[in-house]
Write a protein that binds this ligand. Structure first.
Ligand code: ADP
Length: 257
């Protein structure tokens, strides 16, 4: 368990209730309610694919380059493309300025995000190349890895990288003894557990499953099921965001005729 969680649980303000007697959370949500999520595809002119996701107070930008020639060359694979992922938090993304550059957490998150995206990509179609995915967290409020996966998957689709399915992600967790969907920062800080999950919805394949905190086996099962439900709702929003981009292009083309 993260030292951060232990410290936070110990530093929890006295009398703070994460769920009130009416079942409402600190931000007014019900137990199984997602934060507000907005997505936009194709937001950067110079990347091959891009997406911007606002998820509650999280603000996340994803950019994709490739498939393109890989440098340094010795990293190339003769049978498939290499997928490189960099998750980065801006210094101004959190309350106290974060030191710029990679740290243990961002290296770990980059790695698990790569693992979550890789099964969806037809990397074998592009041997000896690289696909680079950059995830920039501009503002963070817990759940940035699931929001980052969601944005990166959209950016990959926007770049035209052939995919088996989109990857959609969402977390569930436990606060004040209750399993709830999509923890925000206070809930993540003072709650008992957080379970981020990523799926490829067409085949119900799970590509990321992590757990931070304490849960019984039954609670973990309940949290995973709930997170999958959340991810399916996220998936619908991803599809709409992708369609929206092509509707706009179609309208522009029709306007020019
Ligand atoms: P996730 O963002 O995927 O939930 P974590 O559970 O590691 O990942 O982090 C939870 C939240 O803690 C982040 O979204 C962010 O709001 C906050 N956080 C993470 N790292 C820092 C940091 N270095 N300084 C301040 N807040 C941080």
């Amino acid at each position: 368990m993260k030292v951060k969680r232990v410290e936070a649980m110990m530093g929890r303000p006295e009398g703070l209730k994460l769920i009130d007697e009416n079942g409402k959370r600190l931000d007014g949500r019900k137990k199984y309610e997602l934060r507000r999520i907005d997505m936009e595809v194709g937001v950067l002119k110079n990347a091959d694919g891009s997406a911007y996701v606002e998820w509650g107070k999280n603000k996340i930008l994803a950019a994709v380059y490739g498939p393109r020639e890989i440098h340094p060359k010795h990293l190339q694979r003769p049978d498939m493309a290499v997928l490189r992922v960099r998750y980065n938090m801006a210094p101004f993304s959190v309350e106290e300025r974060k030191k710029p550059g990679p740290d243990r957490r961002s290296v770990e998150i980059s790695k698990v995000i790569r693992g979550a995206l890789e099964p969806a990509l037809l990397l074998e179609m592009f041997p000896r190349t690289v696909i680079d995915v950059f995830i920039e967290v501009l503002q963070a409020d817990a759940g940035t890895r699931v929001a980052g996966i969601t944005a990166a998957s959209l950016a990959l689709a926007d770049a035209g990288v052939p995919m088996r399915d989109l990857v959609a992600a969402c977390a569930a967790g436990k606060i004040d003894g209750e399993i709830v969907l999509d923890l925000n920062k206070d809930e993540d800080n003072y709650g008992e557990a957080d379970v981020p999950v990523a799926i490829m919805p067409l085949k119900n394949d799970i590509t990321l499953l992590q757990m931070d905190g304490y849960l019984t086996r039954d609670e973990l099962l309940e949290a995973v099921k709930l997170a999958i439900k959340g991810a399916k709702a996220v998936y619908q929003k991803q599809r709409e965001a992708l369609k929206e981009k092509y509707l706009q292009i179609a309208q522009e083309v029709a306007g020019n005729e």
